[in-house]
Design a protein around this ligand. Structure first.
Ligand SMILES: [Zn+2]
Length: 272
């Protein structure tokens, strides 16, 4: 289901340049994002409507969701892009049906096999991989701080944060459903997506980090990392289906079923 590389160009792609980085958004990005957000948009509309508060309807709230997903995943990929650039590597971004990719130009991993070069390359790879989720969590934190400073409640993540006893909850729900949705949809999917990406499953960022750690500290090989990924992907698939998280289950099932293919791809360079 997921493509092991850059999705093909179509006439429906949105293209623009941001901070010197070429960005392409495939039409399927919006479609899958809409499927993921439909229930969230309806829930916010229902809550506001049932309280007799101002709501423009689920369709407009779904547009807010699409905007938030676009910003969140773009920020994630820009994290990878700037980390690549920090190490002197140019890259471009593609947003597609399974999120985003930051693809280094002519990207090849260092062919050097000296221990020092290998170590440098591993640290560099870990930083590049971690930069995406880190940028996305930073976005969530910035939005949460702005919302709280403005006196607003930070939406559905508040109960989670409250669970951990952090002093971030409180505030009023905005009178406008659009503002509530904007705050909630920028914070909640960003944190969720960042955590999800840190799971130790290749080609997710966490899988890349695990691969480097296995190779650097445990003298393992990429094959070991792929075996770990496969075990994790199968466990997460079972967990997701058991919890009724069908989309997530399908997602990881598609990973688990393609590892034979991954074993034959020796230079996976893109970052999801
Ligand atoms: Zn990433």
């Amino acid at each position: 289901m997921f493509a092991l590389g850059e999705p093909t160009n179509t006439p429906y792609d949105l293209r623009f340049n941001l901070f010197g980085c070429q960005v392409r958004v495939s039409a399927l990005f919006w479609l899958v994002a809409a499927l993921l957000g439909y229930n969230h948009a309806r829930a916010v509309d229902y809550i506001y409507d049932s309280r007799g508060l101002d709501t423009p309807g689920a369709f407009v709230l779904l547009l807010v969701w699409l905007f938030a997903m676009f910003v969140s995943i773009l920020v994630h990929e820009l994290g990878h892009h700037f980390a690549f650039r920090f190490f002197g590597i140019d890259s471009h971004i593609v947003l597609y049906h399974f999120g985003g990719l930051a693809i280094p130009s002519g990207g090849r991993r260092s062919a050097s096999t000296s221990p020092y070069a290998r170590k440098l390359s591993a640290y560099r790879q870990i930083i590049i991989s971690a930069a995406g989720p880190a940028a996305q969590i930073l976005l969530a934190v910035v939005v949460a701080v702005i919302a709280r400073l403005a006196g607003y409640h930070i939406g559905s993540m508040a109960s989670w944060i409250d669970y951990f006893g952090l002093p971030a909850v409180g505030g009023e729900s905005p009178n406008s459903a659009v503002l509530y949705a904007l705050i909630d949809f920028l914070i909640y999917p960003s944190i969720y997506w960042a955590i999800f990406n840190l799971l130790p499953v290749i080609p997710l960022d966490g899988g890349r980090i695990a691969e480097e750690i296995i190779c650097m500290f445990f003298r393992g090989t990429q094959r070991d990392a792929i075996i770990l990924s496969m075990i994790c992907a199968v466990l997460i698939t079972l967990w997701a289906f058991q919890r009724g998280e069908t989309f997530m289950g399908m997602f990881f099932l598609s990973f688990a079923s393609q590892y034979k293919l991954l074993l034959n791809v020796s230079h996976l360079t893109f970052h999801v």
